[in-house]
Design a protein around this ligand. Structure first.
Ligand code: FAD
Ligand code: SIN
Length: 532
């Protein structure tokens, strides 16, 4: 049964939320709220793996340099360095918890290579790394007597109040869509680990849960958000009419796969010295340019030089998925296009996940620690999430033990439109479709001032329509998500308009150059009219 009070409230059951919970649970009861089945998360779909320096020919310095170079001048070097140096111990911890990474020998991991990496340094569990990590973490959380996971509950808003002049978080408002019950969970410490926002785009690698709820909720509560314009597009997702988007891991190129046109002509040498293993922003933009030039629907991945047996053992999931879709990747060219994949921006935090809102921590894809700058290096996301979750747990415990949370004023559930059961649901599905299309067409891989200006007007109409519906109908899962999507889309467009230069993942034709004099800094947004 759900109680009204937990020492630690965690929103999200991906790698960040589960890793954090396992540590803070040593100090007190933890409630994990997760909006679908407990394993449904971006984590669960991660393929390539987790980057860490594990080989004697690799070094922290090289990993750091690769991270900074992909990040295009905006990484916080101190943050990236701390996270990278903590990689090996975080891997040990995951192994202790029960994660089985693929090994070549009993004492030697199989290390993959991905775009932007100068060495093989990506630990993986074949091509289902995320599923293996999620499985092990969930098993450990279930075994812990202090952790309760509440699946199919969606966090609506944070409980925030002003105490001694500072905005303070005291828990969250929760909705159970199955029985339509509303709850308030109060807590000494609240952790947002609610993942990313790929669902804001028409084509995405992300599952349905990735609607940016954590970032939108934190922003409404008064948290600063940063670098939202840096949406990463993964270069290679399977492109077949009528089929769901499916990621073809960058590790495939790391093992020798190359991009080409239908006649086999390769093109990456025109764009970067690292060719097919260039950083992701370069490869996605190159594909976009090639598609615009050729007028075709996709480019192709050519794996034909790789031995079929190797493909089947190294990428069993990708092999089977493609085969079921009618493509034998050991002999056929694989049609691929880019899709929205990872939001580099998020709630501004330090390396310990602390936001500017007291007692509110944010980790994983919802956070912007400064690690990724303007473009995340492949497989650095799982690394950042697991390491910062550990740091955040340490800081949370210190804060928890140092003082009692301030008394909470009585706060009503912030939604009152209970009279009207959702009837005109078509408005919501229409708005969701429009929003995703708008973001894809106007705020995509290559942007222009004209399209962004158009997007400002259109997203405001969508936002107003969503808000009107949200306020006048009873609470619904769809309404909660769409309100967050509209709010975050507006913020992404705003950030993209503000940055009048091109850098990393933000490429705008009107300002094609990088402007280090004026723009070597973060784009920070903060809610002006504060509801507190
Ligand atoms: P998630 O794992 O997404 O978890 C978020 C959780 O929050 C979910 O449980 C969700 O249901 C819950 N939630 C969201 N909103 C609410 C709400 N309102 N109320 C309650 N619960 C909520 N990164 C790498 O480093 N290496 C890879 O190989 C890699 N491959 C990837 C492949 C794919 C297909 C995708 C989509 C991503 C990949 N990434 C990879 C990125 C990486 O998986 C994610 O960035 C990372 O897993 C995010 O972890 P997280 O814990 O922050 O969020
Ligand atoms: C992939 O396997 O290509 C995804 C890796 C990542 O997003 O870091």
């Amino acid at each position: 049964m759900m109680k009204d009070w937990y020492d630690f409230l965690v929103i999200g059951s991906g790698i960040a939320g589960l890793s954090y919970s396992l540590i803070v649970a040593e100090k007190g009861p933890v409630a994990i709220i997760t909006k679908k089945q407990e394993s449904e998360s971006n984590t669960n779909y991660a393929q390539g793996g987790i980057a860490s320096v594990m080989s004697p020919v690799d070094s922290f310095e090289d990993h750091l340099n690769d991270t900074l170079s992909a990040g295009a001048g905006l990484c916080h070097q101190d943050v990236a360095e701390k996270i990278i140096k903590s990689g090996p111990s975080a891997i040990d911890r995951l192994i202790e918890i029960g994660v089985n990474f693929t090994r070549m020998e009993a004492d030697q991991f199989s290390l993959g290579r991905e775009g932007g990496h100068s060495h093989k340094r990506v630990l993986h569990a074949a091509d289902l790394t995320g599923r293996e990590i999620e499985r092990a973490l969930l098993a450990a959380c279930h075994a812990h007597p202090n952790i309760t996971i509440f699946a199919n509950r969606i966090a609506v808003d944070l409980i925030s109040h002003r105490y001694q002049g500072e905005i303070t978080c005291g828990g969250a408002f929760i909705f159970n869509p199955r029985n339509r019950r509303k709850h308030q969970i109060k807590s000494a410490i609240t952790m947002i680990a609610a993942g990313g926002a790929g669902q804001l785009y028409r084509h995405t690698t992300n599952p349905r849960i990735a609607t940016g709820d954590g970032i939108a909720m934190a922003y409404r509560a008064g948290a600063k958000v940063a670098n939202l314009e840096f949406m990463q597009f993964h270069p290679t997702t399977l492109s077949l009419v009528g089929k769901k988007t499916f990621l073809i891991s960058e590790a495939v190129r790391g093992e020798g796969g190359v991009l080409c046109h239908s006649d086999g002509t390769q093109f990456m040498e025109k764009y970067h010295a690292m060719k097919d293993l260039a950083p992701r922003d370069v490869v996605a933009r190159a594909i976009d340019t090639e598609l615009k030039r050729s007028g075709k629907d996709s480019v192709y991945l050519d794996l034909r030089k790789m031995p079929a047996d190797k493909i089947k053992t190294r990428f069993p999931n990708i092999y089977i998925h493609c085969l079921e879709a009618g493509i034998d990747i050991t002999g056929d060219l694989v049609p691929v296009v880019p899709a929205a994949h990872y939001i580099c921006g998020g709630v501004m935090t330090d390396v310990c996940g602390r936001s500017n809102v007291k007692r509110l921590y944010v980790c994983g894809e919802s956070a912007c620690t400064g690690m990724h700058g303007a473009n995340r290096l492949a497989s650095n996301s799982l690394l950042e999430a697991v390491v910062t979750a550990e740091f955040a747990a340490g800081r949370s415990i210190e804060e928890f033990e140092a003082s009692n949370p301030p008394p909470l004023p009585s706060i009503e559930f912030p939604h009152s439109g209970d009279g009207n059961l959702p009837r005109e649901r078509v408005i919501m599905s229409y708005n969701r479709r429009e929003l995703k299309r708008l973001m894809w067409d106007c705020v995509g891989i290559v942007r222009s001032k004209y399209r962004l200006e158009e997007a400002v007007d259109r997203i405001e109409l969508i936002r107003q329509s969503v808000q009107r519906y949200y306020e006048s109908h009873s609470l619904s899962y769809t309404g909660i998500e769409l309100r967050n999507m509209a709010s975050l889309a507006g913020l992404i467009i705003k950030a993209a308009m503000i940055r009048t230069e091109s850098r990393g993942l933000h490429f705008i034709v009107d300002y094609p150059d990088t402007d280090d004099v004026n723009w070597k800094k973060e784009t920070i947004l903060e809610r002006k009219e504060n509801r507190l």
